[in-house]
Design a binder for this molecule. Structure first.
Ligand code: SF4
Ligand code: SF4
Length: 338
């Protein structure tokens, strides 16, 4: 509850409570259905592989400058593969913790997660695992099950599975997955997203309406049966009825997503391009959607209050930017490749 109230304060003062940064364009994996390297991810023309990339002190300074400028409460560091920049993260993560931020690093665990990260306060290491070993090892080599199991030793990671149609049509697949990862001592939590296509996309990954309905039922059952599946009922229900558009998506409206050049904004949400909101399966969107659909005291809906707060926050931001026009210091964006 305290987190929600503080986030509301950030919205009212014209800041986005959440910042997501693609800290590198590099990734040793080639996962089918990866949105980050999609042609339309950055709006067309330029792809993630084409943008400038930072290393060393330039990356450390650039990330900290972005955070200081946007003043979020929550930071997601994604890629590419963030562990490609583990040396820089060794410096960045404690500095973000010193600022009191909640930080999430989303990784394939293709290389060992540094031991020191296990004791950084408010840090979550989220490991993407796409299904059971036979399917995952094909989709996400070289970040195979064997490697992940070795690389998470000493950590308490969050396992994040994106459910594709290939998984959804197999009876008991998600239960077998949950059985396996729930039994791992270095896993503290398990989350499921659903594959989110672009508008007009027809792919093997995209769930059909009947798949989605079945997965929603399965997730309710898993959340009830496994302590580590930490997904509230309201959040899973949003998967059955996702936001109708980015304007209807609280997550998209309170999160700034920035690419590896530390400048390019990814819109309307982390997927970029033209995501198919009606088929969204983003866990962050579902989590915030559940809050927005909640009714205070069972009567007053939160969504309209939230809309009004965003409108007010925009006015405050405009006023602040106008009055700071002559004095504001722009974010320091270092030169790439240092
Ligand atoms: S690890 Fe992530 S960024 Fe790299 S190819 Fe796979 S989905 Fe894309
Ligand atoms: S997170 Fe989902 S609902 Fe929100 S804008 Fe992106 S695709 Fe649409």
């Amino acid at each position: 509850m305290e987190g929600i109230v503080r986030s509301w304060g950030r919205i009212l003062s014209g800041y986005s409570p959440s910042l997501s940064i693609e800290i590198t364009r590099e990734c040793p994996l080639r996962c089918p259905g990866c949105y980050a390297f999609g042609d339309e991810h950055l709006g067309g023309g330029l792809t993630l592989r084409d943008v400038r990339d930072f290393k060393g002190q330039a990356l450390v300074d650039g990330i900290l400058a972005l955070v200081d400028r946007h003043r979020p409460m929550h930071v997601s560091l994604v890629g590419g593969e963030p562990l490609v920049r583990f040396r820089e993260l060794d410096v960045i993560l404690p500095r973000l913790a010193d600022r009191g931020l909640h930080v999430q690093v989303v990784t394939s665990a293709v290389r060992p997660i540094p031991a020191a990260w296990a004791s950084i306060p408010r840090l979550s290491v989220v490991v993407s695992i796409d299904g059971l070993q036979p399917e995952h090892d094909v989709r996400r080599a070289p970040a195979t099950y064997d490697r992940i199991l070795k690389h998470i030793v000493g950590q308490q990671v969050v396992v994040h599975c994106t459910v594709t149609r290939q998984q959804a049509i197999r009876q008991d697949y998600l239960r077998e997955f949950t059985d396996f990862w729930s039994a791992q001592p270095h896993v503290r939590k398990i989350w499921f997203s659903l594959y989110t296509p672009q508008v007009g996309e027809e792919s093997e990954e995209k769930l059909r309406p009947e798949d989605r309905a079945r997965v929603v039922t399965d997730l309710h059952a898993l959340a009830a049966a496994y302590e580590k599946v930490q997904m509230p009922r309201g959040m899973i229900d949003v998967y059955a009825e996702p936001p109708s558009s980015p304007d209807d998506c609280i997550f998209a409206r309170v999160t700034q997503t920035i690419s590896a050049d530390l400048q390019t904004r990814i819109t309307p949400c982390q997927f970029g391009g033209t995501p198919d909101c009606a088929n969204c399966g983003c866990i962050a969107s579902a989590g915030l959607g559940a809050i927005g659909r909640h009714k205070l005291g069972g009567v007053i809906p939160i969504n309209p209050i939230f809309d009004a707060s965003i409108g007010l926050g925009r006015l405050v931001r405009k006023w602040r930017e106008r009055s700071a026009d002559d004095t504001d210091t722009p974010a320091i964006v270092p030169e790439p490749g240092v």
